[in-house]
Design a protein around this ligand. Structure first.
Ligand SMILES: NC(=O)c1ccc[n+]([C@@H]2O[C@H](COP(=O)([O-])OP(=O)(O)OC[C@H]3O[C@@H](n4cnc5c(N)ncnc54)[C@H](OP(=O)(O)O)[C@@H]3O)[C@@H](O)[C@H]2O)c1
Length: 235
């Protein structure tokens, strides 16, 4: 159970979308400081004096190390930065798939390896990791990156518990951000995702399953795997 009041947080991909919503909600819940990390820190809204813009590319190990060295007071990290390439595995562009893994899987792993010792030295804290409902439904390479991150989060939850560090995984379907601008399917508001994610953190829960689609997918995981793929059942 983590009280956000007085915490020093770091949010990756904080300049827009869910990252910007995380920053706003962390401030509203009384965070003492929020490092708002972005590839272009000049794009951060730093109107609140508790916001510290900081340059971070999660695919660049030197950039991650520099941020960990500069932000030694962090107790809470939100691994939010991500991209959606969504290539097909058999025929898609392999370099694009690798870059998606670099951002969505290896990025959070690098950030976690850099910040777990920082958080432990500060007495403990938490990671909030942005997974997806697609961690559990395969629709191409994006799903695999989020499945890998979900698995890593499950391992890290056990690995880091002795250091008083919690790991909260967030699963959600479409969210109304730039990433989902191409679809008219139902979308969850970013503020709802962040509210439920931080509520889960404060309640000591391991996961936040946000919205109808993520709940539906979760409910089908013990069924025959084809239950999640109506295109197969129809054949
Ligand atoms: N939107 C959805 O439907 C949805 C659903 C489930 C899960 N998610 C996940 O939620 C997270 C946030 O998504 P979003 O919807 O807010 O996406 P978004 O609006 O496209 O924003 C993505 C953010 O990630 C940053 N980013 C990308 N690559 C980066 C890198 N190498 N280093 C640092 N920052 C990087 C972007 O920075 P730039 O401005 O520099 O590009 C941007 O701030 C992602 O992990 C995403 O996979 C999204």
């Amino acid at each position: 159970m983590t009280d956000i009041t007085g915490q020093v947080a770091l949010v990756t991909g904080a300049n827009r979308g869910l990252g910007a919503a995380f920053v706003a909600d962390l401030l509203a819940r009384g965070a003492a400081k929020v490092y708002a990390a972005a590839r272009k820190p000049e794009s951060i809204d730093a109107a609140d004096p508790r916001v510290v813009p900081i340059a971070l590319d999660v695919t660049d190990a030197a950039s991650v190390a520099a941020v960990a060295a500069a932000a030694g007071d962090v107790t809470l990290v939100v691994n939010n930065a991500g991209i959606a390439v969504g290539e097909q595995f058999a025929s898609g562009d392999l370099d694009a798939i690798r870059s998606e893994f670099d951002t969505n899987f290896w990025g959070p792993v690098l950030v976690t390896r850099a910040f777990a010792p920082v958080i432990a030295a500060n007495g403990g804290g938490a990671f909030v990791n942005m997974h997806s409902a697609l961690s559990w439904v395969g629709v191409g390479s994006y799903s695999a990156t989020k499945a890998a991150l979900w698995s890593a989060s499950n391992s890290l939850r056990v690995e880091l518990a002795p250091q008083n560090i919690e790991v909260v995984g967030v699963h959600v379907g479409w969210v109304d951000t730039d990433m989902a601008a191409h679809t008219n399917d139902p979308k969850v508001a970013p503020e709802q995702v962040v509210t439920e994610a931080l509520d889960a953190l404060q309640a000591g829960e391991a996961e936040a399953i946000v919205g109808d689609f993520a709940q539906l997918v979760k409910s089908k995981l013990s069924d025959d795997v084809r239950a999640l793929y109506p295109q197969l059942v129809a054949n």
